[in-house]
Design a protein around this ligand. Structure first.
Ligand SMILES: Nc1nc2c(ncn2[C@@H]2O[C@H](COP(=O)(O)OP(=O)(O)OP(=O)(O)O)[C@@H](O)[C@H]2O)c(=O)[nH]1
Length: 413
């Protein structure tokens, strides 16, 4: 993943994708109750919440990120999100706006599948009652699989001929096919390594192809389920069913995207004090000096939200769902500073202005080259206390994730 990570938000129409996206961003994706309300894939910046390095050294008040923000030691790091709308059963064969959306999907590194657990919308997003959302999890995965399989099978004859003629490894042959999805050889290898007794590629039948594609999907499109609309009275029984069936296969987070949008809006207007990702909401009743008064209806709505969502589940879940999705990508924050003793940047006043997300296992040298490019010579790398870090040293959270790069002077030509 040399480029910035991208998290795709998928799900059937009206599951709540745009609402979730709105709750994670400040972008105003069109939110509507109608299928295909979102016609164009909607890219936006979400903010991943992490405990910032400033809180380790008690400098929360001086922390001023160049991108995103930091509040009381909770840093919000920008991360790209993609609203992939309009997936319906049969999308792989062009139903709905199928192929277009599946093509958009190929850019995503991980997926958040928004599942409507209220049971009030059918597989196509139309209003109904008592719908079983277990089916949505199955068909959506099948659509992605059938799309990849279709692309593979269309060329299978020539793939096999070339594979045998060139005596390529299976990894190389599959990587040549899966490269268009942004796959890396290591992903293909990990997928293949999980399959026991894999025959030579020229002997694969449809069943083997399906098994391979299923394992590849786990690598390329790892998925977290956002069990959305938990504020709805019918949600509980559906959530239990899904958890029972899928808890071994998928990470899951219970969410109420609409609640998060509502709370963030009130917070912005200074009606409430609300810490995103928590159950804590203060109103004018708690702090009449600081918070604007709210009318009785809204106060009652907030009480209902506390009972139905916040106190029952601990939060609206949206902060956590992005954390889980990023967790699937195994990303960790690295802080780069000019001065390793004061943690300041060029302006000398604020700490930890720069922070990037890197793949766990990255080395200090790789981080340096990702930030500074290949045209500079890194003379030395230091971490907290001025301790030297080797270019080959793996970045470990809390140990050497605060780095300062000293560059060798450019030689005059
Ligand atoms: N009760 C409840 N309703 C929600 C929640 N999240 C979204 N909704 C509602 O569900 C409807 C559809 O939401 P959208 O966000 O437009 O759904 P979408 O998945 O983006 O739909 P398309 O754009 O058609 O793909 C809207 O009326 C939302 O207000 C939730 O957490 N709880």
């Amino acid at each position: 993943m040399a480029r910035d990570p991208l998290i795709g938000i998928v799900g059937k129409p009206s599951a709540g994708k745009s609402t979730l996206l709105n709750s994670l961003t400040d972008a105003n994706a069109a939110v509507g109750a109608f299928p295909f309300c979102t016609i164009d894939p909607n890219k936006a910046t979400g903010y991943l919440q992490v405990t910032c390095a400033c809180s380790r050294i008690g400098k929360e008040s001086l922390c001023k990120p160049n991108y995103g923000w930091c509040e009381s030691g909770k840093r919000h790091i920008p991360i790209a999100l993609l609203d992939v709308a309009g997936l319906v059963p049969g999308a792989h064969s062009g139903r709905g706006l199928g192929n277009k959306f599946l093509d958009d999907l190929r850019h995503a590194d991980a997926l958040i599948h928004v599942v409507d657990v209220s049971g009030t919308t059918d597989a196509e997003g139309k209003n109904t009652r008592g719908y079983d959302p277990l089916y949505d999890i199955e068909w959506l995965q099948d659509e992605i699989r059938l799309w990849i399989e279709g692309n593979l099978k269309r060329r299978w004859g020539s793939i096999v001929r070339k594979h045998t003629a060139t005596k390529s490894s299976i990894v190389d042959t599959l990587q040549a096919q899966f490269g268009g999805y942004g796959s890396l050889p290591v992903m293909v290898k990990r997928a293949l390594d999980r399959i026991e007794d894999l025959p030579p590629l020229e002997n694969w039948d449809d069943e083997w192809i399906t098994r391979v594609v299923k394992e590849f999907m786990k690598e390329k499109f790892p998925m977290v389920l956002a069990l959305n609309k938990i504020d709805h009275p019918d949600a509980d029984k559906n959530v239990s069913k899904i958890m029972l069936r899928y808890q071994k296969e998928h990470k899951m987070v219970i969410t109420s995207a609409v609640t998060e949008v509502f709370l963030r809006r009130l917070k912005k207007q200074n009606y409430i004090r609300y810490e995103e990702g928590t159950e804590f909401v203060d109103t004018c009743e708690d702090d009449p000096d600081q918070l604007k008064p709210l009318d009785e209806n809204v106060l009652q709505k907030i009480d209902k939200i506390r009972d139905l969502v916040l106190y029952r589940f601990g939060s609206t879940g949206v902060v956590q769902v992005l954390q889980e999705a990023t967790g699937l990508l195994d990303l960790i924050p690295v802080y780069t500073v000019k001065n390793i003793h004061t943690f300041t940047g060029n302006d000398g006043n604020h700490v930890f202005k720069d922070c990037i997300l890197v793949k766990r296992g990255s080395t200090a040298g790789e981080v340096g080259r990702a930030i500074l490019g290949n045209n500079v010579t890194i003379a030395a790398i230091e971490t907290v206390g001025g301790v030297r870090v080797g270019e080959d040293a793996r970045i470990e959270e809390g140990e050497n994730d605060i780095l300062s790069f000293k560059l060798a002077p450019r030689s005059k030509e």
